[in-house]
Design a protein around this ligand. Structure first.
Ligand SMILES: [Zn+2]
Length: 199
């Protein structure tokens, strides 16, 4: 006789209830937007929370197409078990049409905090040829960190001429985020308070 394997009533995946388990969680986010073409309306470049007025063409998207900020949002939402940008903000929702990446990141941080998490850190890697992030990396990190309410580091690379970013069709970004249970962070911030007894 085969005994069915019992299914746990609260599987340790997905939902934001993970904050109660007391463990930090990581999440990954990826985003890609294409450069504006001849048929597109004039599109300013927005990337990594910054305006790039010297860039001849921007990226096309429902909001400002800031791949770095969007990847950071997706990574944070995944870490907190809150889905992704599409489920949280909706690509057809006019309320977020044209929204800046920094505004989306700030609202994402607010939502993960409401779910019991605090931003540990976010690491974003931008993949593309233009704009050149290097000279303004510190500025980008400052803007995105302020929006996220935690440290956001930004790096940039190219794909040696290969793929959609190598062919100058668009820009991609990959992000990893760490979130920690907010209660855990509060204990560390106030070490005078006993950390025990919270079972
Ligand atoms: Zn996007």
């Amino acid at each position: 006789m085969i005994t069915p394997v019992p299914v746990p009533s609260t599987p340790p995946t997905g939902g934001s209830t993970g904050a109660a388990r007391g463990l930090p969680r990581v999440g990954t986010g990826v985003d890609v937007h294409r450069y504006a073409g001849p048929g597109d309306p004039a599109t300013p470049m927005r990337l990594a929370g910054l305006d790039w007025p010297d860039e001849p063409r921007g990226l096309v998207g429902h909001s400002d197409a800031d791949v770095a900020a969007h990847a950071a949002c997706d990574a944070l939402l995944a870490a907190a078990g809150l889905g992704d940008l599409g489920t949280q903000f909706g690509t057809s929702d006019p309320a977020w049409a044209g929204a800046s990446g920094a505004a989306l990141l700030a609202e994402t941080a607010r939502r993960i905090e409401a779910a019991g998490w605090a931003v540990g850190n976010v690491s974003v890697q931008v993949v593309g040829s233009r704009p050149r992030l290097g000279a303004r990396r510190a500025e980008a990190e400052q803007v995105l960190s302020a929006a996220a309410g935690g440290p956001v580091s930004v790096a940039a690379t190219t794909t040696d001429g290969l793929g959609l970013t190598g062919r100058d069709e668009g820009v991609a970004a990959i992000a990893t985020a760490l979130v920690v249970p907010a209660a855990d962070l509060a204990h560390r911030a106030h070490p005078a308070h006993p950390a025990g007894g919270d079972a």
